[in-house]
Design a binder for this molecule. Structure first.
Ligand code: DOR
Ligand code: ZN
Length: 345
């Protein structure tokens, strides 16, 4: 197959950041996605309907001229989030709420310290059919960083979905066979997103032959057997898994640092890299459901009209991109060859 047209896809997990970075990040997603779920871990985090609405304005205002790209907004859950806050957020058009265990990742310090604190908010979300998006890692210092997802499933997520069987839950950016298995075995209201980096790479790509900061993200890349399990689950065509790139830009100096930030800025090549993985797995026929149907169906959103076309074409991801503030950022897969390309419309 040399060319593939699919229904216009959505990206169900993106960090656009704010202010001067928006013209870059919004345009990069708008080049091929119809919609994208915008993560709320800004500084300060988006904890109210008002804050989210004002962010949506900034996102919409940063779209390239003529673009019909639509950002989908999320609420950042804290220990103080009430049922009322959830209700107001949904009335304002917020599509989901994000659970960051406090301290789990970038700008998660205001996250939830104990799930009991947000039981009323979760009950309200279950009533409203508003998905809970979960960063699925425990943060206890004694838990090894490579085990944090598995321990979260056993100690937090398993009990949570038992307590709220009606709650829609998206386990974001899954990285382990354990997570894939948990989602597969769960009811129809449990789903997951998978990033390009967790399908393409394993922890050797982070740690062998030197430290590779641009492959560092959270949850951290796992061993090869987990990578293979994720590849098998997308190949299976299960409707419970969908595209969420977790594109997460940090300026070059913040990545190449003695204490580097977690995040891969993949928006420049995400859809193409998924196509490459599905091609390697000989299941390109499953790409459209993963990228353009499963996520919209799970969220209860209409599927996008229109199509995008990918062509088998070799190109190289730029070594760096200069942000509007003049500072460089290194995109995911920089300097590497990609074997599929989205055709400009
Ligand atoms: O690698 C990551 N980067 N993982 C996250 O959970 C957050 C994200 C970010 O905001 O940079
Ligand atoms: Zn993320």
């Amino acid at each position: 197959m040399e060319q593939l047209s699919i229904r216009t896809p959505d990206d169900f997990h993106v960090h656009f950041r704010d202010q001067e970075m928006l013209p870059e990040t919004v345009a990069a997603s708008a080049r091929c996605f119809g919609r994208a779920v915008a993560m709320p871990n800004l500084v300060p985090p988006l904890t109210t309907a008002e804050a989210v609405l004002s962010y949506r304005k900034r996102l919409r205002g940063s779209r390239p001229q003529g673009s019909s790209f639509e950002p989908l907004l999320t609420l950042y859950l804290t220990d103080q989030t009430s049922a009322e806050t959830v209700r107001l957020a949904q009335q304002a058009g917020v599509v989901a709420a994000k659970l960051y265990p406090a301290g789990a990742t970038t700008n998660s310090n205001s996250g939830v310290t104990a799930l009991e604190k947000i039981y009323p908010a979760l009950e309200e979300m279950a009533l409203l059919a508003m998905p809970l998006l979960v960063h699925g890692e425990v943060t206890a210092a004694e838990v090894d960083v490579f085990d944090r997802e598995k321990v979260f499933i056993e100690g937090v997520l398993g009990p949570l979905v038992k307590r709220y069987p009606e709650l829609k839950v998206v386990m974001e950016h899954i990285t382990t066979a354990d997570a894939a298995q948990f989602v597969l075995a769960g009811n129809a209201r449990i789903a997951a997103t998978i990033t390009p980096q967790h399908l393409l790479l394993n922890r050797n790509d982070l740690l062998v032959g030197g430290l590779h900061p641009h492959n560092y993200c959270l949850p951290v890349l796992k061993r090869n057997t987990h990578q293979q399990a994720l590849r098998q689950v997308v190949k299976s065509g299960s409707r419970k898994f969908f595209l969420g790139s977790d594109s997460a830009p940090h300026e070059r100096s913040r990545k190449e640092s003695a204490c580097g930030c977690a995040g891969c800025y993949s928006a420049w090549s995400a859809l193409e890299l998924y196509a490459q993985v599905f091609d390697e797995l000989e299941c390109l026929d499953k790409l459209e459901a993963f990228a353009s149907e499963n996520g919209a169906d799970f969220y209860g959103l209409p599927r996008n009209p229109g199509t995008v076309t990918l062509r088998r074409e070799h190109w190289t991801v730029p070594e760096q991109i200069i942000l509007p503030n003049g500072r460089p950022i290194v995109p995911f897969f920089a300097g590497k060859e990609v074997r599929w390309k989205v055709q400009a419309v």
